[in-house]
Design a protein around this ligand. Structure first.
Ligand SMILES: Cc1cc2nc3c(=O)[nH]c(=O)nc-3n(C[C@H](O)[C@H](O)[C@H](O)COP(=O)(O)O)c2cc1C
Length: 424
């Protein structure tokens, strides 16, 4: 009998079965980067995820064919999770008029289409739920000079009269003046996250990430610089994290217990030099220790974005050290059930490998001297990569080749595989 080109299960069209999924290691003893990781009920075939990236291309908050093609390109080439860009839970939480949204049931179908396609390729889809707060109603960044910003006025679809934030403090030059949110606004935001999460589940996504980084709404509540409220959502650490805690609890209550929940945070707002009190590493570590108890599985460690005056020093892997510091602090406190994601200028195969490598430093075999199931010596459990995927959608396959790891390619691309000794 001739071998059969087996169809994928549950796809409404013929597409070959991808099993194991592209990006799975085929060689024995791969580095940790190419070992699977299970979070709750979801298994990832490697440790490389596509970070959320706004594309300012949605149609009244609805994803389009562009997003299907854009996100699928990374997913079917082996990224073990592809996260949809910041998706606003309320119309006034979009960064730009062309941002993705999930405040309405009509926005479910285009996401479901992407989820169905990724699942037909045996890959996983995540979504980042967000509210832009005082950084809302802006024009797409490519319309203005690099390093500058411009508000979107009503004639180009903006809502400058309805921009809201923790306090009535503008982010800086070129940004709107927000109104200080009322108790009702806070409730609307929490309910917006909850309802959007329910819609995301209905759309078939596998993972939800809460955006609490980069100066957007939840991030601005965390910082004593941007949050000057005098009610129960401002002042003490417990008050400033309250809205985030409520959002986490509201989401966890409506998503399946087997679904991973991630939080992205700015681990420092890089304002230690400018302010006596700011959101810093210690604040993040204090928050991180509470997260597993709230049902959060992974902290995605980013930084900055909350202040014009931030003293950030960019260099390759600049945030990886921060992720490592947080992971070590969690281990020292005996907390092993919060995974850590590293992100930021991770572009090289070796660097990605080292970040998640289990076992004692210098040990070539990741299966020896592992101190526990997550590996006490790694800096992170997952690497998230953004821009390198825009340059090389096949980055996972290239990284595997550069590290000498044989991985599964998408069936249709089997003739494109890198030759064993080729330099790429
Ligand atoms: C075009 C673009 C859009 C982005 N949009 C988002 C976003 O929607 N949500 C978010 O948390 N970060 C966003 N980021 C930040 C990335 O997720 C990532 O943290 C950052 O680019 C650093 O990673 P990289 O050096 O691998 O690009 C964006 C970055 C880029 C380049």
């Amino acid at each position: 009998m001739a071998p059969r080109n087996t169809p994928a299960l549950n796809a409404p069209f013929f597409t070959p079965k991808q099993s194991p999924p592209a990006g799975s290691a085929l060689s024995t003893n791969p580095p940790t980067l190419f070992t699977p990781l299970k979070i709750r009920d979801v298994e990832f075939q490697n440790r490389i995820w596509v970070a959320p990236m706004c594309t300012y291309s949605a149609s009244k908050g609805h994803l389009t064919d562009f997003h299907l093609v854009h996100l699928s390109a990374f997913a079917y080439r082996g990224a073990s999770l592809t996260i949809i860009e910041a998706t606003s839970v309320l119309p006034n939480g979009r960064i730009s008029p062309e941002d993705s949204g999930l405040w309405s049931d009509s926005q479910i179908a285009p996401i479901r289409r992407i989820a169905d396609f990724l699942h037909s390729q045996n890959q996983k889809l995540g979504i980042q739920l967000a509210h832009a707060g005082r950084k809302a109603s802006m024009v797409a960044p490519w319309l203005v000079e690099r390093g500058t910003a411009q508000t979107a006025t009503a004639d180009v679809g903006g809502w400058l009269g309805d921009v809201m934030g923790a306090s009535a403090i503008s982010w800086g030059e070129g940004y709107p003046m927000p109104r200080e949110m009322s108790a009702r606004d806070v409730r609307d935001v929490v309910e917006g996250f909850r309802d959007s999460a329910r819609r995301a589940v209905e759309a078939g996504v596998d993972v939800i990430e809460i955006h609490a980084a980069h100066g957007y709404l939840l991030c601005s509540f965390l910082s004593p610089i941007s949050n000057r409220r005098t009610d129960t959502y401002g002042g003490s650490f417990e008050n400033r994290i309250r809205i985030l805690v409520e959002v986490i609890e509201a989401i966890r209550a409506v998503i399946p217990s087997g679904m991973p929940l991630l939080v992205r945070i700015s681990a420092t707002e890089w304002m230690e030099q400018h302010a006596s009190e700011s959101w810093d590493f210690e604040s993040t570590i204090k928050l991180a220790k509470l997260l597993p108890g709230l049902g959060v599985d992974l902290l995605d460690v980013s930084s900055g974005g909350n202040n014009e005056a931030q003293a950030i020093q960019l260099h390759n892997g600049f945030q990886v050290g921060i992720a490592g510091r947080i992971r070590s602090a969690l281990f020292e406190a005996g907390i092993k059930d919060l995974l850590v994601g590293a992100v930021g200028l991770i572009t090289e195969a070796e660097a990605a490998k080292e970040i998640v490598q289990n076992g004692k430093p210098g040990s070539k075999d990741p299966t020896v001297e592992i101190e526990d199931e997550h590996g006490a010596t790694a800096k992170a459990d997952i690497v998230l990569v953004a821009r390198q995927f825009l340059r090389e959608p096949e980055w996972v396959l290239r990284v595997a080749h550069r590290l000498g790891v044989e991985v599964k390619w998408p069936q249709q691309y089997h003739r494109g595989q890198f030759l064993k000794d080729s330099k790429i």
